[in-house]
Design a protein around this ligand. Structure first.
Ligand code: KIV
Ligand code: ZN
Length: 569
């Protein structure tokens, strides 16, 4: 444990005892653990306000507009567009949305204001002419803020909220042509004594007098995440059970991610009875960020609940978020990162391959290691299997099949996998699909020293095939003859005789490379030569030509291996 010296004492550093234990609620009757989320909550994007306030360089007006339009396209119906009384850019942006009639009729814009008269007046000025809007007023209610920042009593802090609520109501009355909804946040709700938070919110509700037809939104922020998500859920359930006029309220959640559980806290808060969730796309926001709506929405989606937000153009969403925030999305970011659907490990690749082969379009998604179908987010299967030194034969086979139409039989997969693995080890890098294809060609198709087949003739008499073939070896022509039961056997006998080296074909496989009649054919053979198994592949316009080429490639490899063995001896 490190320590630092000051002139009086030695202060221990890295000492957990300086932090108070987690505060929990005594709530043995909690019901939320037995709930499930069957319908999506309402969402409110705070990208343009909370997210924007956390940026090194806040968004420019064109960036704000691009973000707003993307949020609308994704399907948000509540969008907090700014803090107009605190920022001229935000004020101008709100004016632009209204005067240029850029807010679709089913979208509510929301603006934040502190509970101060002049700021509330300025907020209403920015909203002049809006068809509908949510005015969101907040003040901090937590013990720490009351005692150390404001140095005010509980009653005085409650009065700030009541005054704010009153000015918000009065402001709305002056602009009766707009359809208003009010929202109140006891900032740092999770650091506020629960009975006191309810007392403050009750007082605000008394001012606003909401009804089931015209609900007020009470937003309960975990402004700083200081406890486990179950504690937040207990607080939300307690609040919902004890707040006045619950039926006239939308209970909204607003979690931050200081402990890395912002999404979990909101999920548990919804289990505990909340109706609405605030957050940002991909979690930008103060410190460790706001709750990530992409993750929470896709968590619902992946368990069959429609989030009512469309993330299918994920790459476009990422590009707008990265452009506007100037922050890169982590490659392992849930659902969005570049690597989140990639499998490098051999056993994972094998399992994915088998599950995908069994998956029938339209049936329930059951694919090992892939919680969702990458195609739902505009990704494709090709990106799923990535090859490095940890990868196995299944992955390599998948890449060759899906990228190049080469369907290697299992025995060839077993043979080729170490070749790719060696390449990955030597280069200490990922091996791309093109590199794999290249390796395949060099290893099996275009083998050094392979003779070229120039032509052949076959005569069948009494069930025996007699073959004469013309080969080109370097620039020399060579005529060979042989016979056997079947053309391949005849060709093998002709080659064996010519080389003075006997070998047999032990495995054989072929397929066409495309679906049309004119498609080329691929053939694969495994021969046994001098007790060694050697594979080769051949390509031609017809199956027989491809098969003979595959034999030539395997023989050339076999001869080269023997030559190397002799040299080494
Ligand atoms: O985190 C927070 O408490 C806020 C409020 C203003 C809602 O952003
Ligand atoms: Zn916040």
């Amino acid at each position: 444990m490190s320590s630092i010296q000051n002139n009086k004492t030695t202060v221990k550093q890295y000492d957990a005892s300086k932090y108070a234990p987690m505060v929990t609620l005594d709530k043995p009757d909690r019901r939320w653990p037995n709930q499930t989320i069957d319908v999506s909550p309402m969402w409110c994007s705070v990208d343009l306000r909370d997210g924007n306030q956390a940026l090194i360089d806040p968004m420019t007006p064109p960036q704000k507009l691009e973000m707003f339009e993307m949020l609308v396209a994704v399907g948000f119906k509540h969008i907090e567009v700014g803090f107009p009384s605190a920022s001229q850019t935000d004020f101008d942006f709100v004016r632009k949305l209204i005067t240029e009639d850029r807010v679709p009729s089913d979208v509510n814009i929301q603006v934040l204001t502190q509970a101060r008269k002049e700021l509330i007046d300025r907020t209403y000025e920015s909203l002049m002419g809006a068809k509908r809007a949510i005015v969101h007023v907040y003040n901090s209610t937590s013990t720490v803020q009351r005692e150390h920042v404001f140095k005010l009593s509980k009653d005085a802090i409650k009065q700030i909220a009541v005054d704010g609520a009153t000015w918000v109501k009065e402001g709305a009355e002056k602009q009766p042509d707009t359809e208003w909804q009010f929202q109140y946040s006891p900032e740092s709700f999770t650091g506020t004594e629960i009975e006191y938070a309810i007392e403050v919110c009750d007082a605000v509700i008394d001012v606003w007098q909401p009804s089931p037809a015209n609900k007020a939104i009470i937003n309960l922020p975990a402004t700083v995440e200081v406890a486990m998500p179950n504690v937040y859920a207990d607080q939300i359930e307690w609040f919902c059970d004890n707040i006045k006029h619950r039926d006239a309220l939308v209970i909204s959640l607003h979690t931050h991610n200081d402990r890395g559980c912002g999404v979990a806290a909101s999920e548990m808060g919804v289990l505990a009875g909340a109706d609405r969730v605030e957050g940002t796309l991909l979690g930008n926001g103060e410190r460790t960020g706001n709750m990530d709506i992409v993750t929470m929405g896709m968590n619902l989606y992946s368990r069959g609940v429609d989030p009512m937000l469309d993330f299918s153009a994920m790459d476009q969403i990422i590009s707008v978020v990265e452009k506007c925030t100037q922050l890169k999305v982590h490659p392992r970011h849930p659902y969005a990162g570049e690597l989140v659907f990639a499998a490098f490990s051999g056993s994972h690749q094998d399992a994915i391959n088998k599950c995908l082969a069994n998956y029938e379009e339209g049936s329930t998604w059951e694919v090992a290691y892939l919680p969702i179908d990458p195609r739902d987010l505009g990704r494709n299967y090709q990106e799923v299997i990535r090859i490095n030194s940890q990868s196995g034969k299944g992955g390599v086979a998948y890449v060759l099949k899906h990228e190049h139409g080469i369907k290697m039989p299992r025995w060839l997969q077993v043979d080729f996998s170490p070749v790719v693995q060696k390449e990955a080890e030597v280069t200490e890098a990922e091996v791309s699909p093109d590199q794999i294809h290249d390796l395949f060609k060099r290893t099996y198709l275009k083998v050094d020293g392979k003779a070229k087949l120039k032509g052949y003739q076959i005569n069948r008499t009494d069930g025996v095939d007699h073959m004469s073939a013309e080969l080109k070896v370097d620039s020399q022509k060579l005529a060979i003859q042989g016979q056997g039961r079947g053309v391949l056997e005849a060709f093998v006998s002709a080659l064996s005789e010519h080389l003075g080296e006997s070998f047999v074909i032990i495995d054989y496989n072929e397929h066409t490379l495309g679906k049309d009649e004119g498609s080329e054919a691929m053939a694969y053979v495994q021969i046994s030569m001098n007790q060694q198994r050697v594979c080769g592949a051949g390509k031609s316009r017809d199956i027989l030509g491809a098969s003979l080429n595959a034999v030539l490639a395997a023989v050339a490899r076999g001869m080269a291996l023997q030559g190397r063995a002799r040299d080494a001896a």
